[in-house]
Design a protein around this ligand. Structure first.
Ligand code: SAM
Ligand code: SF4
Ligand code: SF4
Length: 383
């Protein structure tokens, strides 16, 4: 049978802009057309995953016939590290490895070692984090730490085994994810964040049990609104539980006080648990809500995303990426591989032209206006 190819990704690659003659000095001063600096690079290292979360890689689409990228299409570790170095020259300080499931990429520790050796324009090491479903974390936590990984974010959508197995759709048990979190704590990949995507009617009954479980554990639990990323998850607004409702629900059982954002561009609204005196009790820790649907936070979005095949996306909801792999490798038509200076200039020109603000548009336009926009899959450019 012929292989079925579903055009999930808009393969029309955006044309690379002509680099400006004057590239800003590599001191982290690069800002986009809306005045937003470039600080955070999310690197997707594989399009494969061992889970089939229905909101991300539904089984019906990502089945045995699905055409994943061949290995030769993936950026090699040296290529990723080279691009990361050039992004850091433009102000990036934080590198997040994601996917697909990043722990499925063979020898990921080697990539982490290469990234950990990089330095920002002012001589600082990058903050390196990784988002994972934790299926392989128990086995890999210590090696990841030894390679130079600073922290992990673990995705976990509930504590009830039946609910969780249904959501990951590969019958994976909660207990192994909890073991992975424990292994990461033991290895010192802390503070650990746990992301729970909330789907109304599917796992909203898990909000309070998750809060109770992680309160006082040192783990920061964050509730994420189910997003209209990609084109395969059949997203519907009535399955989104607004963060304001999550907070209201939590407040029926816990005393919460709002916290300041810890860094500009932070996506989560932070709340801490209060002690008997009504004040923030550090021993009880904090929670966060990420309101990607009900509250646009494009205003200070400082994140760029690099796909596993070297395309640069300026927004989670973008339909097109800029083909940096073509610059790295040169083209069959005889264009030679680009120099560092060429690539730096291209990155600068791309970022300076950036106007993306999808979530704000979604909030201000009628649903019909944004529904038909082509979007890449979350498993392609990571969360
Ligand atoms: N496989 C890894 C994992 O699940 O942690 C990393 C990649 S996954 C695409 C990154 C994050 O995106 C996860 O926390 C996942 O829950 C989140 N995500 C995926 N699809 C989503 C959606 N439709 N809405 C909100 N978050 C989503
Ligand atoms: Fe895999 Fe992560 Fe997507 Fe779930 S959210 S299918 S674990 S990539
Ligand atoms: Fe950033 Fe795009 Fe999300 Fe807005 S919609 S916060 S620009 S990724």
């Amino acid at each position: 049978m012929a292989q079925r190819i579903i055009p999930l990704v808009d393969h029309r690659t955006a044309a690379l802009p002509t680099p400006h003659a004057a590239v800003p000095s590599p001191a982290g001063t690069l800002v986009d057309a809306r005045g937003r600096p470039l600080r955070d690079l999310r690197i997707s290292v594989t399009d494969r995953c061992n889970f089939r979360c229905s909101y991300c890689m539904p089984k019906e689409v990502f089945d045995s016939q699905y055409a994943y990228l061949p290995h030769s299409a993936l950026l090699r570790f040296e290529e990723i590290a080279r691009l990361a170095r050039l992004f850091m020259a433009h102000g990036v300080r934080k590198l997040r490895l994601t996917g697909g499931e990043p722990l499925l990429r063979k020898d990921i520790e080697t990539l982490i070692e290469q990234l950990a050796a990089l330095r920002t324009a002012d001589g600082q090491p990058p903050e390196i984090t990784l988002t994972t479903n934790a299926a392989l974390l128990t086995r890999k936590a210590q090696a990841l730490k030894d390679a130079g990984l600073n922290r992990v974010t673990v995705s976990l959508d509930g504590l009830d085994d039946t609910v969780f197995r249904r959501m990951n759709d590969v019958d994976f048990p909660v207990a192994q994810v909890l073991a992975g979190i424990e292994a990461a704590q033991t290895a010192g990949l802390t503070p650990i964040k746990v992301n729970m995507v909330v789907k109304r009617g599917t796992n909203d009954a898990q909000i309070l049990p998750m809060a109770r479980h992680f309160r006082g554990s040192g783990v920061v639990l964050r509730f994420i609104e189910y997003m209209d990323v990609g084109a395969t998850n059949g997203w519907r607004m009535d399955e989104v539980l607004p963060s304001a409702d999550v907070i209201r629900l939590l407040q029926t059982k816990f005393s919460l006080v709002p916290l300041q954002a810890s860094a500009p561009g932070e996506t989560a609204e932070r709340w801490s648990y209060a002690g008997a005196d009504g004040l923030h009790d550090p021993a009880l820790g904090e929670i966060g809500v990420i309101s990607s649907v009900t509250q646009a936070f494009c205003g200070d979005c400082n994140r760029a995303r690099l796909s596993m095949d070297g395309k640069l996306f300026l927004c989670l909801f973008a339909g097109q990426g800029y083909d940096l792999r073509a610059l790295l490798r040169g083209s069959d038509g005889g264009r030679p591989p680009a120099t560092d200076a060429d690539i730096e200039a291209a990155i600068a020109a791309i970022w300076q032209g950036r106007t993306d603000h999808y979530s704000e548009l979604r909030a201000s336009l009628p649903p019909e206006a944004t529904e038909g926009m082509r979007r890449v899959e979350m498993s392609y450019i990571g969360g």
